[in-house]
Design a protein around this ligand. Structure first.
Ligand code: R5P
Length: 250
């Protein structure tokens, strides 16, 4: 069955990232709609050029897609240190801090990114923000003591003057949404995250929290695809063009 045409902005970003791949590389493959476009581009290039690649996937979905396209997926531990991970994001700020996990894959994504020499993020202009937090922050939590963990998260938010925000249990239909690691997700509707470092520290200190979707200091390069097929490369602390900001560049 033929695939629908990918979004041109996502395709442009994906192609620019895949152009960074060299024969023999060990790669981390991200998750989500943008990462899926990248996996298709990568598979096509690997096939056309006979590239020898070793890949680790950040989700079962990415693993299945990559294998269906002929890419060979190995466990992260079998490959070891990766040269580069290419992944999407839900938000990218001027420091290249990220919110990730809209698809619930941020735990494996963070482990894979941490095992990579470089993390390259690919996104469309709608993901570029001045301040993180408009996108609900995903927090993966263990099922045991779920309500206790939610209460502790609410207390931590109140301590950071982020009280009275919705902390919603992510559902699939009427059932809890279950991650690849068998955990549940809380989505924190914060509106704005004035101090991502303080929030990350507070969330990580809560016992039932497995991992939150703040990726701080992990992304080395963001490639923002534009609808006209061009890309903008953002390094840390680069001035972000006003047109790039969420809602204005779509
Ligand atoms: O859990 C999902 C991942 O963090 C995705 O990379 C992120 O949600 C962006 O996904 P998309 O490219 O579909 O917007």
């Amino acid at each position: 069955m033929s695939q629908p045409q990918p979004d041109p902005a996502k395709l442009a970003a994906a192609r620019a990232a895949v152009a960074l791949v060299q024969d023999g590389m060990k790669l981390g493959l991200g998750t989500g709609s943008t990462a899926s476009v990248m996996v298709r581009e990568l598979a096509a290039r690997a096939r056309a050029e006979g590239l020898s690649l070793r890949c680790a996937a950040t989700s079962k979905a990415t693993c299945e897609l990559a294998e269906s396209l002929g890419l060979s997926i190995e466990s992260l531990d079998d490959i070891g240190w990766l040269d580069m991970t290419i992944d999407g994001a839900d938000e990218v700020d001027p420091d290249l801090h990220l919110v990730k996990g809209g698809g619930g894959a941020h735990l494996r994504e963070k482990i894979v990114a941490a095992a990579s020499q470089r993390m390259v993020v690919i996104a469309d202009p709608g993901k570029v923000v001045e301040q993180l937090g408009a996108f609900p922050l995903p927090v993966e939590v263990v099922q045991f003591g779920f309500e206790t963990t939610r209460t502790l998260i609410r207390r931590a938010l109140a301590d950071l003057a982020l009280g009275d925000r919705d902390v919603l249990h992510r559902l699939k239909g009427s059932d809890p949404w279950v991650t690849d690691e068998g955990n549940w997700i809380l989505d924190l509707h914060l509106g704005a995250i004035p101090d991502p470092v303080a929030l990350a520290r507070a969330l990580s200190a809560i016992p039932g929290v497995v991992e939150h979707g703040l990726f701080l200091g992990m992304c080395h390069l963001a490639i923002i695809g534009k609808p006209d097929g061009t890309v903008v490369r953002l390094d840390r602390n680069a001035d972000i063009d006003a047109d790039m900001l969420a809602g204005e560049g779509d």
